[in-house]
Design a protein around this ligand. Structure first.
Ligand code: GDP
Ligand code: MG
Length: 163
């Protein structure tokens, strides 16, 4: 699929909230991709006049550490194979977890642009907490709040510059 953006990250960082917000935008439609299992949700929308597709990979998740790790490997593999750009989502409330670090390492091995979205930055106090995420070693960092929408415009600007 052309112009496909994968939202990758461990459970509970807010991937689906972000996905739903994006699809709530003007002209959002949910793609009917035949043969796609229900563990991936596709949708398309546009920003700055560019149409792009989003995939929310969250449905893989089961219980237990091993399932988490396997699910995340699957997400990343899918991202490598299908997407042009990856939005890697982390959570300012929890800080960097071991799983985040693991996913981050995998994503650095792929030869595709990765936008690090630090979610749940709902207020100024939380803005002060975003700096630790620079340690993950990505070139850029986008503080966003998927519930309020703040910061998502800058992230989408960067995204539509790439695709
Ligand atoms: P997913 O597992 O990554 O898809 O995460 P969800 O979208 O299901 O969100 C997990 C939890 O985080 C839910 O309770 C959301 O309401 C909450 N959440 C998502 N985005 C934000 C945000 O920007 N700020 C806050 N405070 N909570 C959020
Ligand atoms: Mg989800």
């Amino acid at each position: 699929m052309e112009n496909l953006v994968a939202i990758v990250g461990r459970p509970n960082v807010g991937k689906s909230t972000f996905f739903n917000r994006m699809l709530g935008m003007r002209q959002a439609i949910v793609d009917d991709v035949s043969g796609v299992t229900r563990d991936r949700q596709y949708g398309s929308t546009e920003w700055n006049g560019k149409r792009f597709h989003l995939v929310d990979t969250g449905g893989f998740i089961g219980d237990g550490e091993d399932v988490f790790a396997a699910a995340i490997r699957k997400q990343v593999r899918m991202a490598i194979e299908e997407a042009q750009v990856v939005v890697f989502m982390v959570d300012v409330e929890t800080g960097i977890t071991d799983l985040d670090a693991q996913v981050g390492r995998l994503l650095k091995e792929i030869n595709k642009p990765v936008l690090l979205a630090v979610n749940k930055v709902d207020n100024n106090e939380r803005q002060l907490m975003i700096h630790e995420f620079w340690a993950m070693g990505f070139d850029n960092l986008y503080p966003i709040s998927s519930t309020s929408g703040s910061g998502t415009g800058d992230l989408l600007d960067a995204l539509t510059d790439i695709i």
